[in-house]
Each structure stands twice: as C-alpha cells, then as structure tokens.
Ligand binder design. Structure first.
Ligand SMILES: [Zn+2]
Length: 99
C-alpha cells in the first residue's frame, strides 16, 4: 500500500503563525541589524509581522519610525536616490512638524 506523504501542517487554515525570528536577529523583521537602524521593509517576515499587528502592510515610514530623526533623514535621502519616496510627516530641511 503506497502511503501518501502526509503534511501535519494544514496551510488551508485561516490565519498563520510566524516562526520566531532567529536568535540574534531583529524580532520585528528577522534581519540582523542595528536596533537604531530601520527594519528591512522588504523583509517578508517584517511585512507579515507588521500586518498581524496593524492589519495593514508596512511602509518605509513604518520601518524607520523608531529611528532618530537623523537616521530617518539619512534613509529618506538614501531611498529617494533609489527612486523610493518615503512620506514623512516631518519634512526635512529644518521644517518642524506643524502638528
Ligand atoms: Zn528590524
């Protein structure tokens, strides 16, 4: 009798569970990065992790939200050079948030 390969995991169930991020990596995006640096917005782990908490997909703005303004501005500029525009409520160039 040939037995079919059985899968214990039922991927058809609604919802999903992420495996914990590897030790030594960021628990939000599963990438080893300096906590002062942005999460990897391209990381699927980050995207699903964020989606589970916020019910929407993360943007670069979310990925850099925890960084200092200096680091944020650095990344906003670096991403702009890659053609990625990051909406930020604080416009750079010395302008402070109006609200
Ligand atoms: Zn991260």
């Amino acid at each position: 009798m040939a037995s079919e390969i059985s899968n214990d995991q039922d991927f058809s169930k609604p919802g999903f569970h992420l495996l914990p991020a590897k030790p030594g990596t960021c628990q939000e995006c599963a990438v080893a990065h300096d906590p002062a640096q942005p999460h990897n917005q391209q990381s699927l782990y980050y995207q699903y992790h964020f989606y589970a908490d916020h019910n929407r997909w993360p943007t670069w703005e979310d990925a850099i939200a925890h960084c200092t303004e200096e680091v944020q501005n650095y990344w906003i500029e670096a991403l702009a050079k890659q053609g990625v525009s990051v909406k930020n409520k604080c416009s750079k160039g010395g302008n402070k948030c109006s609200n």
